[in-house]
Ligand binder design. Structure first.
Ligand code: GTP
Ligand code: SPV
Ligand code: MN
Length: 598
C-alpha cells in the first residue's frame, strides 16, 4: 500500500519481533471490514446482534480482568525522569523497550498482524496527525475504523514523510501482571501489551490524541485536552461553541449531546455536538482559540444512557455499533444495561458471559451483580449522531467562547462559577477535583485532584503543562475564552443529587454564555463570580419529580468557607508535590484564595 521507507522499515522491525503468520493492511473499504466482522463472529470474538432491531451491531466481551484503563500500568518514558513529572509513572525508555520486547517476542505467532493507518482529524488537513497501529485484534481494527479515519487515503496523505505515530499493540496472553501501556513521546511511539480493552488499546484515543499529542502541542504551541466540544444555537441562528473538560465518566458525552428542555426547544434553542471526549485546540489566524475533535466516533459509557438522559447517544447506537461488556438479552438478541429502561431482561447473559439473575442486582456491588459492567461502552460512528454539528468535518474547527472545567463533587464546588481571568481560570482547572469512577481500575468514589481532567493523560510534566496553559493565555490576550467551573454532582446527606442535570444543564450553559457576552452581572465571591439566583432560569424545572425552588438553587450556589479552607490546604499539598516546575503564578492564585477565605 505504500513505499514510505520509514513505515516499511518500522513494520519490518516490529514483524521480526512479534512474528505474525501474515500481515494485512487495512484499506478502509467496507468489503474488507465486512470480512473481518464475519471472521470475528466465526471465532466468537464478536456476536452479531438482531439485524432488524440493531442493524450492523455487534457485542464483544473482554477478559474479566481487562475492563478499564490501567493507570498504574501506564508509563511515560522520557529520557530524563523529571520530564515525566510527579503524577505520571515513569520508566527509562531503553529499559522499557527491553522489558516489553520480551513480552512482544513471538506474541503474534499463529496470528495476523493488522496494519491500521489512521488520521486524527480530517485526512490531509493542516491540523490532522497520522498514526499507524499494528494489532493482532480484529476487535481493535473494527473499533479503530469507527473511532478514527482509517485507510489508504491516510497512507497517501502521509506520502514519503516520517511524521506518524508508531503504535504497537499485542493482546499477548492478556495477563494483568504483564500489562503495560507505554508512551515514548520523544520517539513518537506507543507500546501496549497484554490488554484488549478500550483506552488501553485503541491507540489513537488516549495514548496518541492526549498523551503524545499534549507533548507535541507544548512543543508546537497548541493544546490537546480531555474535552467535549458543543455548539449552542440561539433562536436568532447564532451558534456559540464551548469546550468542557470533565474527568472520565463525569458527563462529557451527556453534555455534548444535550437536548434542551422543552421551553427552550420551543423558543428555538438547539445543541450541536462537535466532540464528546478530546479536543485539539490552537490559536487561529484571527487570534481566537479554535477546537477540532480529532476523533470520528464515540466510545461512550453505556450504563445510564436512556431515552430520557441521552436520547441522542441512544439513537447513535442503533446501527453499526459495537457494544463492549454490556448485557446480552437472549430473548431478542439485543443488548441491555443498567439504566436503559426499568425492564431488566429475564433471559440474559451478563458482561462476564454468565447467565444473569436480575433479582440478585445489588447497587453496592455493581461489578459482580449487574448485567452490564459499570464501564461497559458503545463504539458508535459520529455520522450516526442526530445532533452532529455541521462543523464536525471542518478542518479549521470551531471558535471557543467558553472553557468549562467540572468534576464530581458531593460537596464544596457550587453548581457553577466563573474565574476572574485566564490565570485564575488556569488555577481553577489545575486544582480540579473529582471522585474516581469505573473508567479506570482501582477504587471508585475517592476524591482526587484531576488537573484539567487530564491527570491520567498528560504526556509530560504537569508543572510544565500548567505553564503551557498560562502561556497560551498570554498569547490570546483579550481574545481568550472565559473559564468556568461546574458541578452537576452536589448531593444531600443521603447522597441524592441536588441538581437534575442532563438536559437541564442547558440552564447553566445559557448563564455561562450570557456572562461571555457581558449580558448578565454576577456576584463576586471568595472563589470567583457566582450567579445571582434570579439569573439561572428554573422555569418548569423539577428534580426527582419535585418542583425545583429558588431555595434549592441558593443552596447549590452557596460557598461553604470552612470546606473551601480545607480544600485550599489540600491544594497546597498537591502543589507542593509538583515541585519547582509549578508556575509561581499559580502559587500566587492559591495565596489569593487563602486570603479571600480568611
Ligand atoms: P468518558 O467517556 O469516560 O470520558 O466519560 P464522559 O465524561 O463522557 O461521561 P458520560 O457523559 O458518559 O457520563 C458518565 C456518567 O455520568 C453516566 O452514568 C451518566 O449517567 C452520568 N451523568 C452525566 N451527566 C450527568 C448529570 O448532569 N447529572 C448526573 N447526576 N449524572 C450525570
Ligand atoms: C475515558 O476513560 O476517559 C474514556 C474511555 O473516554 S477510554 O477510551 O477507555 O479511555
Ligand atoms: Mn474520556
Amino acid at each position: 500500500m505504500t513505499n514510505n521507507k520509514y513505515v516499511l522499515s518500522w513494520i519490518d522491525e516490529m514483524k521480526a519481533m512479534v512474528q505474525p503468520d501474515k500481515v494485512v493492511w487495512i484499506d478502509g473499504s467496507e468489503a474488507q471490514l465486512d470480512e473481518l466482522r464475519a471472521e470475528a463472529c466465526k471465532t466468537g470474538e464478536m456476536i452479531k446482534l438482531n439485524e432488524e432491531k440493531l442493524p450492523g451491531c455487534y457485542l464483544h466481551r473482554t477478559a474479566v480482568n481487562d475492563v478499564a484503563r490501567v493507570e498504574d500500568r501506564t508509563f511515560i518514558c522520557t529520557r530524563k525522569k523529571e520530564d515525566a513529572g510527579n503524577i505520571n509513572n515513569w520508566m527509562d525508555p531503553a529499559e522499557c523497550y527491553a522489558k516489553l520486547t520480551k513480552l512482544y517476542t513471538g506474541s503474534y505467532k499463529g496470528k495476523t498482524m493488522y496494519v491500521i493507518p489512521y488520521s486524527m482529524g480530517v485526512v490531509g488537513s493542516d491540523f490532522a496527525k497520522i498514526g499507524i497501529e499494528l494489532t493482532d485484534s480484529i476487535y481493535v481494527v473494527l473499533n479503530m475504523a469507527i473511532m478514527t479515519r482509517v485507510g489508504k487515503n491516510v497512507i497517501d496523505a502521509l506520502g514519503d514523510k516520517p511524521d506518524f505515530v508508531k503504535g504497537l499493540h499485542a493482546t499477548a496472553d492478556c495477563s494483568q501482571e504483564n500489562r503495560y501501556i507505554c508512551h515514548f513521546p520523544e520517539d513518537n511511539t506507543i507500546w501496549s501489551v497484554n490488554s484488549a480493552y478500550g483506552g488501553n488499546v485503541l491507540l489513537g484515543k488516549k495514548c496518541f490524541a492526549l498523551r503524545i499529542a499534549s507533548y507535541l502541542g507544548r512543543k508546537e504551541g497548541w493544546m490537546a485536552e480531555h474535552m467535549l466540544i458543543l455548539g449552542v444555537e440561539f433562536p436568532n441562528g447564532d451558534i456559540k461553541y464551548v469546550s468542557a473538560a470533565f474527568p472520565s465518566a463525569c458527563g462529557k458525552t451527556n453534555l455534548a449531546m444535550l437536548i434542551p428542555p422543552e421551553i427552550y426547544r420551543n423558543k428555538g434553542y438547539k445543541v450541536w455536538t462537535v466532540g464528546d471526549d478530546i479536543a485539539w485546540i490552537r490559536i487561529g489566524e484571527d487570534g481566537r482559540l479554535y477546537a477540532i475533535n480529532p476523533e470520528n466516533g464515540f466510545f461512550g459509557v453505556a450504563p445510564g444512557t436512556n431515552e430520557h438522559s441521552n436520547p441522542n447517544a441512544l439513537a447513535t447506537t442503533k446501527k453499526d455499533c459495537i457494544f463492549t461488556n454490556v448485557g446480552h438479552n437472549l430473548d431478542d438478541n439485543t443488548v441491555w444495561w443498567e439504566g436503559l429502561d426499568n425492564n431488566p431482561p429475564k433471559n440474559a447473559i451478563n458482561w462476564k458471559g454468565e447467565k444473569w439473575d436480575y433479582t440478585k442486582y445489588n447497587k453496592a456491588d455493581k461489578v459482580n451483580t449487574s448485567c452490564a459492567h459499570p464501564n461497559s461502552r458503545f463504539t458508535a460512528s459520529a455520522k450516526n449522531c442526530p445532533c452532529l454539528s455541521p462543523m464536525f468535518n471542518s478542518p479549521e474547527g470551531v471558535p471557543v467562547t467558553a472553557i468549562i472545567f467540572g468534576g464530581r463533587r458531593a460537596k464544596t464546588a457550587p453548581l457553577v462559577y466563573q474565574s476572574r481571568d485566564w490565570a485564575h481560570g488556569v488555577f481553577v482547572g489545575s486544582v480540579l477535583a473529582s471522585e474516581t469512577t469505573a473508567a479506570a481500575t482501582g477504587a471508585v468514589g475517592v476524591v482526587r485532584r484531576d488537573p484539567m481532567a487530564m491527570r491520567p493523560f498528560i504526556g509530560y510534566h504537569v508543572g510544565d503543562y500548567f505553564g503551557h496553559w498560562l502561556e497560551m493565555g498570554e498569547k490570546l490576550g483579550d481574545k481568550a475564552p472565559k473559564i468556568f467551573h461546574v458541578n452537576w454532582f452536589r448531593t444531600d446527606d443521603e447522597g441524592n443529587f441536588l441538581w437534575p442535570g442532563f438536559g437541564d444543564n442547558m440552564r447553566v450553559l445559557l448563564w455561562i454564555l450570557a456572562r461571555c457576552e457581558g449580558k448578565v452581572s454576577a456576584r463576586e465571591t471568595e472563589i470567583g463570580y457566582l450567579p445571582y439566583v434570579k439569573d439561572i432560569d428554573i422555569e418548569g424545572l423539577e428534580n426527582d419529580g419535585k418542583e425545583f425552588t429558588h431555595m434549592m438553587l441558593d443552596e447549590l450556589l452557596s460557598v461553604d468557607k470552612a470546606l473551601w479552607r480545607e480544600d485550599a490546604e489540600n491544594i497546597e499539598g498537591f502543589y507542593t508535590s509538583i515541585g519547582e516546575r509549578l508556575p509561581a503564578k499559580l502559587w500566587e492564585e492559591l495565596e489569593t484564595l487563602k486570603k479571600n477565605l480568611e
